[in-house]
Design a binder for this molecule. Structure first.
Ligand code: NI
Length: 181
């Protein structure tokens, strides 16, 4: 695990690779693609994340991974199977949006409240170029929007409506417990 992290540094907000639009994958089924997806899952699991986009480990290509095992299931959210999505495209279903708290491995220690579409359809490919698609809602839809934003050079803090709802995780949790947020 340490090897992978050394090989693939997790980039942080402000890094130029995180600010640019990523390139579509044109060649499928390659070893390079498989290695990249492995490294993405390793980086994500090492940091206990639920999603990761390739630019976050320095590759400006349109690949995202997500997985939500949550053995405690304390949020009551259905698990999301480990998924690699290449060249994803999102189509929002309806206008309904909801605000909820997000964090990002490229913005360590902080959380913020972000509006996202509640329902969407996703289309993309797996690593061999086979179509992958589905319709999802809620937390699953939120992760997809967050990760696809990375492919367009966008990080969640730029989507926060009220900047008061942005801060360090422990402090925000304290404020929420006290009913301040
Ligand atoms: Ni992120």
């Amino acid at each position: 695990m340490a090897n992978i992290i050394e090989k693939r540094t997790l980039l942080r907000m402000g890094h130029p690779i995180l600010l640019k639009s990523a390139e579509p994958i044109q060649e499928f089924g390659t070893l390079w693609l498989r290695d990249l997806a492995d490294d993405m899952f390793a980086a994500m699991h090492a940091e206990k994340g639920v999603g990761l986009a390739a630019p976050q480990i320095g590759e400006s290509v349109r690949i995202i991974v997500l997985a939500y095992p949550d053995p405690d299931n304390k949020r009551g959210i259905p698990p999301i199977p480990a998924t690699v999505l290449v060249n994803p495209v999102l189509t929002f279903v309806g206008d309904e949006q909801e605000e909820d708290w997000e964090s990002c491995l490229s913005v360590p220690g902080l959380i913020g409240k972000v509006p996202r579409y509640k329902n969407l359809r996703y289309d993309g490919c797996d690593m061999d170029g086979n179509p992958v698609n589905g319709e999802v809602e809620g937390f699953h839809a939120r992760i997809l929007q967050h990760e696809c934003d990375h492919l367009d050079g966008k990080l969640y803090p730029t989507r926060i409506i009220n900047s008061v709802s942005f801060g360090f995780k422990e402090e925000i949790e304290m404020a929420r417990e006290m009913g301040v947020l």
